[in-house]
Unconditional design. Sequence first.
Length: 94
Amino acid sequence: MATSQATRRHLAPKHLRTRNARSKLKPRRSPYHVKLDESAGLFIGYRKMSANRPGTWTAKLRGRFISLGAHADDDSTGDGMTFVQAEKAARALI
């Protein structure tokens, strides 16, 4: 049985790790999440609202959403937070 995009709640880290991988995700209101530490209830989220704007990074800690305060490095300007930087910021919350 195939799992639809809507029913899959969490992605493998490879789907968020690179700018190229994130560019293939469809824009949507709810963030795409990757589990970082299940015992702590920590997830990192990437929210892509439109195809022509950079996404934003969020964390989810024990069911509470927390903005990581920066957009993703989705464009060629070099501004924004990489996956590794967002992951470090999220892990600093626990």
